[in-house]
Design a protein around this ligand. Structure first.
Ligand code: FMN
Length: 297
């Protein structure tokens, strides 16, 4: 038996295995190329989308990750560095201010019953401007603050949150979680969402688009938005208003649609802001002592 006859004999006697291997290889090859084709089409689609949003002016940019020679920073590389000289306070002033600020912040409480008294727009502008001074990964500023004062929009937000929260309390949250919330006397009914004069919805952008059409990644966007939210809460406290920090579970898509926010944004926090209702109460909580949260090395 020569070599060719041997190969033919082997294929014939194992034809089931041979056909199976060929089919598997064919499927794997097709899947691989389908994925590559989809990736390319997505890239072209994104470029076209940008071109449409950009009045049809598509800007050419090379795929920087593939070719480091074309890497361009999001800000000009020659951004000037300017002197920074904040007032140099005597250390006794520093001490007094640190204590004053602690005492102010120690009085902050989460309030769940609000007065309907409106907040001047300038106050809302200032507290959101303060949040916008927060540090962010590579200065990407990955936040959007949507301030809602319109009564019908507040009512619509309340409708969505109450519907989802009813499901959350009934079956999405663990029984331990629901039990842990009992001291706070919370449930799915949220009158404060229509009563508070303003709702600030904090959205986190995981990416955005540069002027040249390139996708801009927002490094450390989660912690950056968390810090900005801290600045916002501190500003609210400093000016003498109160807030309720809330994280409406499973409401992202519906609230994002309601408020026409883009797909790169995700709802992180919903903060009713205003003055406390004169009958507002708060649970009598005790905070951890310094020695429990601080270790000096
Ligand atoms: C990330 C986060 C999510 C929260 N979510 C809710 C919420 O959905 N509903 C609510 O009533 N309180 C919520 N709270 C408020 C906490 O219950 C409150 O901060 C905590 O009980 C401590 O009370 P204090 O803020 O008065 O110090 C949330 C707080 C944080 C930081």
């Amino acid at each position: 038996m020569n070599f060719i006859s041997l190969v033919v004999w082997t294929l014939e006697s194992n034809c089931f295995i041979v056909y199976t291997v060929m089919i598997v290889l064919f499927v794997a090859f097709t899947m691989f190329h389908k994925n590559r084709l989809e990736e390319n089409q997505n890239r072209i689609g994104l470029k076209k989308k940008f071109a449409n949003n950009n009045g049809g002016r598509e800007r050419e940019h090379h795929d920087d990750e593939d070719d480091p020679d074309f890497l361009v920073p999001a800000f000009p590389e020659d951004t000037p560095h300017i002197p920074y000289k904040p007032p140099k306070r005597p250390m006794e002033d520093v001490l007094r201010r640190s204590l004053d600020y602690y005492e102010l912040m120690a009085k902050r409480r989460t309030v769940r019953k609000f007065s309907t008294e409106p907040i001047p727009q300038e106050v809302l502008d200032n507290i959101v401007k303060t949040a916008g001074t927060s540090p962010s990964g590579a200065h990407t500023e990955p936040w959007t603050f949507v301030v809602v004062q319109d009564p019908s929009t507040k009512e619509a937000i309340r409708g969505i949150v109450e519907e989802e929260e009813e499901q959350n309390y009934a079956r999405r949250m663990s029984r331990q979680w629901v039990t842990d919330l009992k001291p706070f006397a919370t449930n799915h009914i949220k009158p404060y969402l229509s009563e508070a004069p303003a709702l600030i919805l904090v959205f986190r952008q995981s990416y955005s688009w540069r002027a040249d059409g390139k996708k801009k990644m927002h490094y450390y966007n989660e912690i950056s938005v968390a810090i900005a939210a801290g600045f916002l809460l501190a500003a609210i406290q400093y000016c003498g208003l109160v807030a309720l920090t809330s994280t409406p579970l499973n409401c992202n898509a519906r609230l994002r649609d309601l408020l026409s926010r883009p797909a790169n944004e995700r709802l992180e926090l919903l903060l009713p802001v205003g003055r406390p209702h004169e009958e507002a109460t708060v649970p009598d909580l005790i905070r951890k002592d310094l020695h429990e949260i601080m270790f000096n090395v």
